[in-house]
Design a binder for this molecule. Sequence first.
Ligand SMILES: *[C@@H]1O[C@H](CO)[C@@H](O)[C@H](O)[C@H]1NC(C)=O
Ligand SMILES: *[C@@H]1O[C@H](CO)[C@@H](O)[C@H](O)[C@H]1NC(C)=O
Ligand SMILES: *[C@@H]1O[C@H](CO)[C@@H](O)[C@H](O)[C@H]1NC(C)=O
Length: 254
Amino acid sequence: QESNKGKEIWLSEQEVKLRSTLVDINGVPFPSEMINGWGAIRNFRARPDDLLICTYPKAGTTWIQEIVDMVLHGEDLQKCARAPIHERMPFIEMVLPKLNISGRRRVVQKISSLEIIYVARNAKDNVVSYFHFHRMNKTMPEPGTWEEFLEIFIAGKVSYGSWFDHVRGWWEAKDRHPILYLFYEDMKENPSQEIQKVAEFLDLQLPESVLNQIVQHTKFEHMKANPMTNYTTMPSSLLDHSISPFMRKGETKG
Ligand SMILES: *[C@@H]1O[C@H](CO)[C@@H](O)[C@H](O)[C@H]1NC(C)=O
Ligand SMILES: *[C@@H]1O[C@H](CO)[C@@H](O)[C@H](O)[C@H]1NC(C)=O
Ligand SMILES: *[C@@H]1O[C@H](CO)[C@@H](O)[C@H](O)[C@H]1NC(C)=O
């Protein structure tokens, strides 16, 4: 509670309650709510047909999620409008603690059988996006000024930890696990080539016409206007798009 003192100056009382503090879990700072559910995450065992999408926050998570969902559904693009993206592809750290997996534990498989798609985005664009995301996502810790935020970002003292450790850790892990390691900048520059990589990784054939449809549908402007991907289905008390839209610019400046 002590750490919330004084925040009232620029935050409403309700916001002070929403904004989380960070706790250290295995050396990585996470929102404090997550500590209760950590056992469920640690005990998770993947099935061979599970696919894990992994990114540092604001590195193209929603983008790759939508691409994968479209690749999996081939020609049936309507299927991608069945629910908001966070319901179609739930965040493991939020969903697992809510399920009682001790009661219905899956067959234990080695983690190495899990397929993983990773997206990395350059640090400069990533930190700018993460700053604005802290402002609009009312459950993130208060970011402070841009200068203050940049400092804690570089020090790795932000939610989900150090960008540097994240991108490097997964880069090194790809030599030991089946990981498709993609770059946001490549996806921007040559979307059809990168979408093709996703399809090949998932052992799927994409007819030219479907590939083109996916390229169109997952363009930034299209996703920003799509209620199933732009996060406007969530209450504005949690995500305040008037402060900064969830999909802001989607640019690569590097
Ligand atoms: C989880 O499931 C187990 C086994 O079915 C049960 O004993 C336990 O009470 C459940 N825990 C919660 C929090 O529901
Ligand atoms: C908002 O922030 C919380 C952390 O406080 C995070 O778990 C959640 O994923 C964020 N919301 C979205 C839509 O990413
Ligand atoms: C999200 O999508 C809805 C529906 O298309 C649209 O009205 C709204 O302006 C979009 N939100 C943003 C922040 O772009």
